[in-house]
Design a protein around this ligand. Structure first.
Ligand code: IPM
Ligand code: MG
Length: 341
């Protein structure tokens, strides 16, 4: 979190692709209402950036993000580039790596379920050596250095300490060398956090238990690819992908706040996308990126209340993106938005 300076905080908004610009608009309106002193700068990322500049993460976007207090990112991706060499997702992966936003927090909350998935975001299969051999074999490799595991595991322990005190470390230690290292690191760090109960769970079992008894979990910590898959599952069992936000935090530099869901090209341009995940990501940005805890919590409550009044079609309702966005802003007025810091 970089909130020490007296200058106005700067948020870089990346409207992205598909439904991205539609949900980004609602986020911008909410942010302007809750934090009118914050400077918002829009930049290109993803397919929109490839079309305009030939690259998914233009230098100008990267530089703006580095200088920002926090980055608010809408989903990116376009099927037009599925088979291309230059793809929108490469821009996002590079942005995560360049900002070293290694700690991806993905909360999934509904009823008696309150799970926080802590996903390692800049290592593993996503960033290991890859290539093609002479015989046509294609390979991706999963690699982890102990220090990469230590920092994410420590963060997860600290988060569990502030919650219900249960940390589930998810791996595939019965098969993978990287998972055996992961377990050793968790066991080595555990004594630093005597108040946290630790369990190790194999990823296939974790998937089953998330589907059948999600309320048994508190904090899950896991490597990049397992976390990608389990976070979609956790979102599905707590109301769907339209609702799930995430925060990707670095040590010191700006964090990236973004929905778990993708750019949904099938419904893009129709004004019916659910903006809740984007708005909840904005709430996380206010709380964790700008240190404005009251404003963040007010927005999170307004999203819950707005959803009950004006649900979008993915939730069985008929509200448009703009109508739900307006209902949420209306709730902020009812709730009494905190004065800007
Ligand atoms: C996510 C997404 C991305 C990921 C894709 C689009 C590269 O699925 O943020 O979960 O796998 O990290
Ligand atoms: Mg994913």
């Amino acid at each position: 979190m970089s909130t020490g300076s007296r200058e106005a905080p700067r948020v870089v908004l990346l409207p992205g692709d598909g439904i991205g610009p539609e949900v980004a608009r609602e986020a911008r309106l909410a942010l302007e209402l809750l934090a009118p002193d914050v400077e918002i700068e829009e930049r290109l990322l993803g397919a929109a950036a490839i079309r305009a500049t030939g690259t998914p993460l233009p230098d100008e976007t990267l530089e703006a993000c580095r200088r920002a207090t926090a980055v608010l990112k809408a989903p990116i991706g376009d099927p037009e580039f599925d088979a291309a060499d230059v793809r929108p997702e490469q821009g996002m992966l590079r942005l995560r790596a360049e900002l070293d936003a290694y700690a991806n927090l993905r909360p999934a909350v509904q009823g008696d379920v309150d799970v926080l998935i802590v996903r390692e975001l800049v290592g593993g299969l996503y960033f290991g050596a890859r290539g093609v051999r002479d015989d046509g074999t294609v390979f991706d490799t999963c690699e982890y250095h102990p220090t990469q595991i230590e920092r994410i595991v420590r963060r997860a322990f600290r988060l569990a300490q502030g919650r219900r005190g249960l940390l589930t470390s998810v791996d595939k230690a019965n098969v993978l060398e990287t998972s055996r290292l992961w377990r050793r690191v968790v066991d080595r760090i555990a004594p630093e956090f005597p108040g946290v109960r630790v369990e190790h769970m194999l990823v296939d079992n974790a998937a089953m238990q998330l589907a059948t008894s999600p309320e048994r979990f508190d904090v899950l910590v896991t490597e990049n690819m397992f976390g990608d898959i389990l976070s979609d599952l956790a979102a599905a069992v707590t109301g769907g992908l339209g609702l799930a936000p995430s925060a990707s935090l670095a040590d010191g530099g700006p964090g990236i706040f973004e929905p778990v869901h993708g750019s949904a090209p099938d419904i893009a341009g129709r004004g019916i996308a659910n903006p809740s995940a984007m708005l909840r990501s904005t709430a996380l940005l206010l709380e964790h990126g700008l240190g404005r805890v009251d404003a963040g919590r007010a927005l999170a409550r307004a999203v819950d209340a707005g959803l009950a009044l004006a649900p979008t079609p993915d939730l069985g309702g008929a509200a448009t993106t703009a109508e739900l966005g307006a209902a949420i802003r209306g709730q902020l007025a009812v709730d009494g938005a905190p004065a800007p810091a």
